[in-house]
Design a protein around this ligand. Structure first.
Ligand SMILES: [Zn+2]
Length: 146
């Protein structure tokens, strides 16, 4: 496979949800990452054998800052679970990231954005998923549109 043909599309869809369970109680927004037309939750399920849920937009920060070129220092509640250089990409279906969330390294270069080294929140095993390579311009458009 050539390098060019390995570039994926990324769509980011933000949905409003009313969350009743403890960890995310209240009105929230989830950020759905859709890679080449397939929800990341589904790709994750295929790789790990269990389901996770789209991440809360409040975790990523304004303008999905954590998925941007400068990342974001993990808030105290997540610092134990998200090492420097990683970003949360999915949360557990119960709403508690540490329980069953997913993270990845997000790297930027001039033309590309790469999501790689997917891990479970507890780093319990290697996850055979990605890397996913996006054109940087299209990636920024998707972030701006969400
Ligand atoms: Zn859970």
């Amino acid at each position: 496979m050539s390098f060019e043909t390995s570039i994926r599309t990324l769509d980011l869809q933000v949905t409003d949800v009313i969350e009743f369970r403890r960890a995310g109680a209240g009105r929230q927004q989830r950020v759905h990452a859709v890679i080449n037309g397939t929800e990341l939750t589904q790709l994750w399920h295929g790789a790990v054998g269990r389901w996770a849920a789209p991440i809360w937009s409040s975790v990523l920060g304004p303008s999905l800052e954590w998925w941007g070129p400068n990342g974001k220092p993990p808030p105290a509640a997540l610092s134990e679970w998200v090492p420097v250089g990683y970003a949360p990409v999915l949360t557990c279906r119960c709403g508690d990231f540490a329980c069953g969330g997913a993270l990845a390294q997000i790297r930027f270069d001039r033309r590309l954005v790469i999501w790689a080294n997917f891990k479970t929140a507890k780093f319990e095993k290697d996850v055979p998923l990605g890397p996913f390579i996006f054109g940087r311009r299209a990636y920024e458009v998707a972030r701006d549109a969400s």
